[in-house]
Design a protein around this ligand. Sequence first.
Ligand code: ADP
Ligand code: MG
Length: 503
Amino acid sequence: MSEMSFAELGLDAAVLEAVNAVGYETPSPIQAKSIPALLAGHHLLGVAQTGTGKTAAFALPLLSRIDASTAEPQILVLAPTRELAIQVAEAFTTYASKFRNFHVLPIYGGQDFGPQIRGLRRGAQVIVGTPGRMLDHLRKGTLKLDSLKALVLDEADEMLRMGFIDDVEAILAKTPDTCQRALFSATMPPQIKKVAQTYLKDATEVRIESETRTVERISQFVLPVYAERKLDALTRILEVEPFDASIIFVRTKAETTMLAEKLSARGHAVAPLSGDLNQRQREQTVEDLKRGKKDIIIATDVAARGLDVPRITHVINYDVPYDTEAYIHRVGRTGRAGRTGKAILLVTPRERSWLRTLERATNSPMESYQLPSPTDLQKMRVQQFETQLLAFAEDGKLPKAIALLDEIAERNDMDMAMVAGAMACWMEMAQPGALPLEAPEALPEISAAPRRDRKGPPPGKKNFRKGPGKGFKKDGKPGHRKGGPKGKPAGKGGKPPSKRPAR
Ligand code: ADP
Ligand code: MG
């Protein structure tokens, strides 16, 4: 990460305010390099892979240069797919949230022309779209580029791969000569180079290179996971990994507190660590981690810089880092003082290319992480429960407890198995985050791994509690536990409502 702050980059005040509201702590490397160049009006050629923060790298400076008093299209962004166009349009809307009378219009194929034409007539300062449909509008005359100030080609190599390069060039040819241009691409195939040479003469070039460094003593794992399953994956990892202390990296300050709340509700001793805390609070948090008052820290890259806590055994990259340097720094928070450490990286399908980049950069392979199956989890939970139970069987108070329970059983015509069962249910409820006795919910697909055979969740919900006693509920169904609906993050069901994060 760069040492620079967004405030130093010279962005428009309203844009800066929006960025602060989103919670970005510092500019990513490509942002730190691209923003000044684009603010200065230069063409820009940016080479960096997915997830490095390219959208803000062009959106923030270009929005800073806009003339908000007119509704004519001033920024045009070409993206390879409808999804990416929508994503970029949403990002622009966020970054322009402090502007008044401001409109961002996504335009893509597969949607009726009607709403798009009405949107264009109403006026939008930023148009984001796929090349084919954009060209249609230019030819129809429904989209005019006379006031265009900037054109961005986002994911240029993807557009080439999808066969849009001719459309892209046709659009480029129709933009005013005075128009500022930016081209972003993960790779630089010859055709893209040619486009750059023709249309982006004297462009400032920004490359986010991967550098090579060895990460010794740290075993690295990767878990492909759908974005909406990340929390499920994380809670399972934390349940099965025998960690002493763990640090979890996320991208935004807001996410450090959000995730900390969620894990805390699941019974973990966890604290956020971000630039939102003052120096003293940060030191206190690190101290708590060192002394074992906390076991998990949710951190941003900046806040965790230089963190040296020997008991950190695990680094979990919940969000992918911006560059290989950040990754190497992150995983270096474990394996301190000659110990070994484990690093686990969660990647969503669109971030999967990180895998090879990081392997190259660290010069060591990443193993694919195997999430425990529901059956494995169940076994572990039973074992843990048994261990804890046995520990109390030696307690000096045991005879008194037995006498009391005998009395209660007698009075209520229960047998001891029933009493014990009831107590187990009570304990489970009374300890938020305590491992449920119930077999884990047949979780929906967590892993987004395409290749290996995924073990499907077992059909239906099993309940291991049906054994423990004659007097136990006959249908074997848990009494108080509802169990989260399928598709909802695990852990939502069955927690005492008061312990849920208030949101
Ligand atoms: P790319 O286009 O390089 O694939 P995106 O622009 O889509 O990357 O950004 C990826 C993610 O990173 C988005 O969720 C975005 O909100 C987030 N992000 C971008 N810049 C920052 C920043 N400076 N700090 C924190 N998060 C950021
Ligand atoms: Mg992008």
